[in-house]
Write a protein that binds this ligand. Structure first.
Ligand SMILES: CCCCCCCCCCCCCC(=O)SCCNC(=O)CCNC(=O)[C@H](O)C(C)(C)COP(=O)(O)OP(=O)(O)OC[C@H]1O[C@@H](n2cnc3c(N)ncnc32)[C@H](O)[C@@H]1OP(=O)(O)O
Ligand SMILES: Nc1ncnc2c1ncn2[C@@H]1O[C@H](COP(=O)(O)OP(=O)(O)OP(=O)(O)O)[C@@H](O)[C@H]1O
Ligand SMILES: O=C(O)CCC(=O)C(=O)O
Ligand SMILES: [Fe+2]
Ligand SMILES: [Mg+2]
Length: 290
């Protein structure tokens, strides 16, 4: 696809689209940047003054660090994302910059080009069909409640959580996304996570520790899991075990917006299906000259 064309399309819709260079990302991944604790006296620290969220929704996000919006993405759109994902897996399209990742249990085995072999795709900004997710007006409308206007899609993923082989490798350890991001400030970032089908504890729903977005970035490392851990799936080693874990049961199209410091993860997929979600992480860029 024509990347000039894609670039101008992104500018029109998002204001800008930018992604940090691979070097910057790699440097960050090894150093683990620390975010300074910040205190703001105003009533709302994590949400913007616009008329989209109700007072109750704002208070919920401020207190808990996440907000679920039901039925935000249509079945028709989700079908299109699913089809495009399958085309990518079959190698019918090869979008520029796209990263394919396989599950750790099959990473070293023979590669077969189908949706069972790909556990996620990342950085789909050059795939017109998948990037439609990031330009959906209803997604952007809510994103801006947390980031403010003038946003850029900093990271994109479609996760295809495979059936667990019994080694619990399909789990995603509890982590903070900010650990992976070489950009700040954290309150200008939000993650949008859209269920592409019904997701509950059986197929490995998102698990959140409410209120943990008020803390700081914690040290991350690979968990000591006997069955193996997927590459880059770092987890927090010393989170408070008493912290309530909340399992987010979602229907197709439901979307959760969450703060990059919120501690979250996902459980194993005990079904035979491949559990799918779309994710975008946008960031607000302040205007430099007034
Ligand atoms: C804006 C910035 C954002 C940045 C991050 C966003 C985070 C978002 C928020 C949170 C995100 C949460 C967490 C995140 O997701 S963090 C993001 C995950 N990280 C990446 O995607 C890093 C960039 N990607 C890569 O480096 C490659 O695509 C990988 C390494 C994934 C595949 O590589 P490649 O395409 O070249 O294929 P290969 O077959 O030659 O493999 C090379 C070697 O790697 C081994 N291998 C392969 N797969 C796995 C596996 N699953 N578990 C264990 N090992 C694996 C493989 O056996 C081989 O080893 P060996 O046989 O040589 O010994
Ligand atoms: N005791 C624990 N210690 C460390 N991490 C945990 C612990 N319990 C859960 N987690 C993390 O939280 C994630 C979600 O846990 P959850 O309990 O929902 O899933 P699960 O243990 O895979 O499946 P199950 O539904 O059978 O409990 C897991 O992937 C794991 O990373
Ligand atoms: O949907 C999931 O399994 C969670 C993924 C996640 O938190 C991440 O990739 O950062
Ligand atoms: Fe995450
Ligand atoms: Mg468990």
């Amino acid at each position: 696809m024509d990347s000039e064309c894609a670039a101008s399309r992104l500018r029109v819709v998002l204001g800008h689209l930018r992604r940090p260079s691979a070097t910057a990302v790699a440097a960050h991944l090894t150093s683990g940047a620390i975010s300074p604790a910040s205190f703001h006296p105003q009533q709302f620290q994590y949400t913007q003054d616009n008329n989209v969220l109700s007072l109750e929704q704002r208070r919920f996000y401020e207190e808990n660090g996440f907000l679920v919006i039901r039925n935000l993405v249509s079945d028709a759109d989700i079908e299109r994302f699913r089809n495009e994902f399958e085309r990518i897996c079959r190698k019918e399209v090869k979008p520029l910059g796209l990263q394919l990742m396989r599950d750790v249990t099959i990473a070293k085995s023979e590669y077969s080009p189908n949706e069972k072999a790909v556990t996620k795709v990342q950085d789909f900004q050059e795939d017109k069909e998948l990037f439609r997710y990031c330009t959906l007006p209803q997604i952007l409308k809510y994103v801006q409640c947390f980031t403010g206007p003038n946003i850029m899609a900093m990271h994109t993923m479609l996760i295809n959580k495979p059936p667990d082989t019994g080694k619990k490798t399909s789990r995603h350890p509890l982590h903070q996304d900010l650990h992976y991001f070489p950009f700040r400030p954290s309150n200008n970032i939000v993650c949008a996570w859209t269920a592409m089908e019904h997701i509950d504890r059986n197929n490995g729903c998102l698990v959140v520790l409410p209120g943990t977005h008020k803390g700081t970035l914690k040290p991350h490392d690979y968990p000591q899991w006997e069955g193996g851990v997927n590459i880059m799936f770092h987890g927090i080693q010393d989170y408070d075990e008493n912290n309530a874990r909340v399992h987010l049961v979602m229907e197709k199209g439901d979307t959760v917006f969450f703060h990059p410091l919120l501690i979250h993860g996902s459980g194993q997929n005990k079904t035979q299906g491949f559990r799918k979600v779309c994710i975008i992480t946008p960031l607000h860029f302040p205007k430099m000259n007034g």
